[in-house]
Write a protein that binds this ligand. Structure first.
Ligand SMILES: [Zn+2]
Length: 238
């Protein structure tokens, strides 16, 4: 394992157009639970599975119940970036990293100082009135009583991609462009099973593809380096 981390360090050193693609595993080390992992925790407390609550239909039909779950489980304001977020922001600052692409919605990359962050599934930091499109920040939504409402009376909806909703085309296009122009692609904390996010990997034509994940992924065969280790342990070394 030490050899692998040493090699990772070397690849980072010799690369200047790094793109990082991260999943839930990046944030779990900050203490944010992965709502896709079925640990039974949610099911005990809520009448519906998280996939149902976090769907477009459920939001429209059970807005009150949606927001109970959302405020209880998706409030990332109380969490802090971990060493991986911080190191990535440093790499960007040094000009070595060109973009972070993330499946997370918690805004922790920005909190750590990253500037170019493509959020495939949206962000809790952005919220808009469904009637007049007025912007509201995460504090407003998470601190509201019941269903957060705009001053015009409209219901506020988080700019988070719910189940049944499509991804934002501009975010996908920017992510593809970044990956196509990268010399090193680091994919971390994701099992690469969620589409279409996982298929972005096919656009990479650079030198080094590194996968960092606790378990194996369907794309291990494409990787130059596979590290099955905690992300924090890998990133604290660089
Ligand atoms: Zn409004």
């Amino acid at each position: 394992m030490e050899d692998k981390i040493e090699l990772f360090k070397q690849l980072v050193n010799e690369s200047n157009k790094i793109v990082f693609f991260g999943g839930a595993g990046v944030s779990t080390e900050s203490g944010i639970p992965d709502f896709r992992s079925k640990d039974g925790l949610y099911n005990q407390q809520y009448k519906y599975p998280p996939e149902e609550i976090l769907s477009h239909t459920f939001f429209l039909n059970n807005t009150d119940e949606f927001y109970k779950f959302y405020k209880d489980k998706m409030n990332s304001l109380k969490y802090e970036p971990n060493i991986t977020h911080i190191k990535l922001a440093e790499l960007e600052n040094k000009g070595k990293l060109k973009a972070v692409i993330t499946q997370n919605i918690d805004g922790l990359h920005q909190k750590a100082g990253s500037k170019i962050v493509y959020e495939l599934h949206g962000s809790v930091l952005r919220n808009y009135c469904m009637k007049c499109n007025n912007f509201y920040d995460a504090e407003y939504v998470f601190n509201s009583e019941g269903i957060p409402k705009c001053e015009c009376g409209g219901i506020i909806k988080p700019d988070v991609v719910l189940y049944e909703e499509g991804l934002d085309n501009n975010t996908i296009a920017s992510s593809i462009f970044a990956i196509q122009n990268a010399d090193m692609l680091i994919i971390a904390g994701t099992s690469l099973t969620v589409q279409p996010a996982a298929s972005l990997i096919h656009y990479f034509r650079g030198n080094h593809l590194v996968l960092i994940n606790r378990d194996s992924t369907p794309y291990d065969y494409k990787a130059d380096l596979i590290i099955n280790e905690s992300l924090g342990k890998v990133f604290e070394s660089i």
